[in-house]
Write a protein that binds this ligand. Structure first.
Ligand SMILES: Cc1cc2nc3c(=O)[nH]c(=O)nc-3n(C[C@H](O)[C@H](O)[C@H](O)COP(=O)(O)O)c2cc1C
Length: 171
């Protein structure tokens, strides 16, 4: 998919059907996260794939929308450690993964959590590591609109986003 169309047409998908994701799709999603840039190329992230059913059920209880995790085919916690603009770095890796998934028809959503320490405990993190976001992925439960059915400009008009006139200041 063309990059501008991918960016403009992507929306969060929170309900997934029961189909598992092929391993090579999962690898490409994780690889997209790996390739993200980070401050001084420190790559302060680790991607914790939550496979264990028991752990997944407990992580689901720790995010704002448990159903997103329960129904997902792939759950990836982005965890960071060290110094620097960690949230920014994690965000770049996360968006890469979400866009890569979108490129192959896989929906996804970030999931926040009120108590990251609790989630860290469930994930068995190492000293100094903390989760920033839990990403959920899966094939959309409802047939998604084909990104190619609209132009980037049309997708952009439909997005619930502030207009550039409000967002951009020039100094
Ligand atoms: C840091 C962060 C945390 C988020 N947490 C949640 C969440 O806990 N549950 C959820 O359903 N969506 C969550 N989202 C998704 C946002 O609600 C979503 O990006 C926003 O509403 C725009 O959605 P759209 O792209 O579908 O228009 C989160 C997004 C970000 C960036």
């Amino acid at each position: 998919m063309e990059t501008r169309l991918a960016i403009a047409s992507r929306r969060e998908t929170r309900r997934y059907d029961a189909r598992p994701l092929p391993n090579d799709t999962i690898e490409r999603i994780l690889e997209a996260g790996r390739l993200a840039g980070s401050a001084s190329n420190r790559q302060p992230w680790r991607f914790v794939v939550v496979e264990d059913e028991e752990v997944r059920a407990r992580v689901a209880e720790c995010v704002f929308e448990p159903g997103n995790v329960r129904g997902a085919a792939l759950v990836v916690a982005v965890v960071v450690s060290g110094k620097g603009p960690l949230a920014f770095d994690a965000g770049r890796a996360a968006q890469n993964m979400l866009l890569s998934a979108h490129d192959e028809g896989v929906g996804g959503s970030p999931n926040g959590m009120p108590d990251p320490e609790r989630v860290g405990g469930l994930l068995g993190l190492e000293e100094g590591e903390r989760p920033v976001i839990v990403l959920t992925f899966g094939y959309p439960a409802r047939a998604r609109r084909d990104p190619g059915s609209r132009t980037p400009e049309e997708w952009s008009e439909r997005a619930h986003r502030l207009p550039l006139a409000e967002l951009v200041r020039r100094v």
